[in-house]
Ligand binder design. Structure first.
Ligand SMILES: [Mn+2]
Length: 327
């Protein structure tokens, strides 16, 4: 097989060269992060059975379906090739403390930040890292099986919010078409793994809908105290899992959930946008991410107020700019 794409050729060459490979992703993983690290690991194992390849990071029980993550002995993996997926900054990579890697290689669809891999394949026009991994496998001698294909499909569907977000491109559909055709996955069956919800979570979503505050400028926001998280029997990651479900509200152009995290003495923040660019605001508050989907961390009530005020201004400026464009 001749590899045409240069990025793919370089990544494949590196994978071929190393006998020890560790794959890692960001802390607080989502389906795209988990699916991309596990799918790439399984494909490398399938193609090169003699290599030691591990996918690391804290396991999350609700993502068990994708596969089991590896606990590694750092000594065993000394001088390995480290591949980081779905994360642009080193301090957010999970499970690589004290790992002595020979080279780092990055595959990611977030805007570039501080990880400068020896080789860096960043494509911030890709809807998901899974889209990139799918392309990598389809266009190189790396092998695919039904399980790998299913994982990749779920990562793509989840990160593009069912092909709804603006990062969904004709290329996304082309790659998905090829993925489905070649692997013959039963994709409607897979949706249960993404969209089945507990009644607690559904009731909690009702709480958010009932209590979301909406400003005149189109900012929807809600501060969620830990007592509420406890009362509804959910966890502090639940609001960020639910945030995309609020993307259809006419009066709202930017929305954010600010959840109290007692353990870390801070507030976990998720932000989404229908137009205003929000990652610059997120990075002012110990966070970052995509233009229209970001996260942040806040430490005090005073900071929460400042953050809400800042985001509201972003909405106001966006509205003003849209009106003057019409003129
Ligand atoms: Mn992603």
């Amino acid at each position: 097989m001749t590899i045409i794409n240069n990025n793919i050729k370089r990544i494949y060459t590196k994978i071929k060269k190393y006998d020890k490979i560790v794959i890692a992703r960001h802390v607080g993983p989502d389906p795209d992060a988990i699916a991309s690290e596990i799918a790439l690991r399984d494909s490398i194992r399938l193609t090169f059975p003699h290599k030691s390849c591990a996918a690391v990071g804290l396991s999350v029980s609700k993502f068990k379906y994708y596969g089991i993550l590896d606990k590694i002995d750092n000594e065993d993996y000394a001088n390995c090739l480290l591949i980081v997926v779905d994360v642009p900054n080193l301090h957010r990579v999970d499970g690589i403390d004290n790992l002595k890697y020979a080279e780092i290689l990055k595959i990611d669809h977030h805007p570039k930040e501080d990880i400068d891999g020896k080789f860096d394949w960043t494509d911030d026009t890709a809807c998901s890292t899974c889209q990139m991994i799918t392309e990598l496998i389809l266009k190189s001698p790396l092998k695919m099986d039904t399980k790998i294909a299913g994982n990749l499909y779920l990562g793509i569907v989840s990160d593009s919010d069912r092909f709804l977000l603006p990062y969904t491109t004709p290329k996304t559909f082309k790659i998905v078409e090829e993925l489905i055709t070649k692997s013959k996955i039963d994709f409607p069956k897979l949706y249960n793994y993404l969209y089945d919800r507990s009644i607690d979570e559904v009731r909690f979503q009702g709480f958010i809908a009932m209590n979301l505050k909406v400003t005149e400028n189109g900012l929807g926001y809600l501060v969620i105290p830990s007592s509420i998280v406890k009362k509804y029997n959910v966890d502090i990651a639940t609001p960020s899992n639910l945030i995309n479900n609020f993307n259809f509200i006419k009066e709202v152009i930017v929305w954010t959930f600010i959840t109290e995290d007692i353990k870390n003495k801070s507030y976990k923040v998720s932000i989404r946008s229908h137009g205003p660019i929000i990652n610059s605001t997120a990075s002012k508050y110990n966070g970052g991410g995509h233009k229209y989907a970001s996260g942040a961390r806040l430490t005090s009530e005073e900071e929460i107020n400042k953050f809400i005020h800042d985001l509201d201004l972003v909405c106001l400026e966006y509205k003003r700019a849209s009106i003057s464009n019409i003129d």
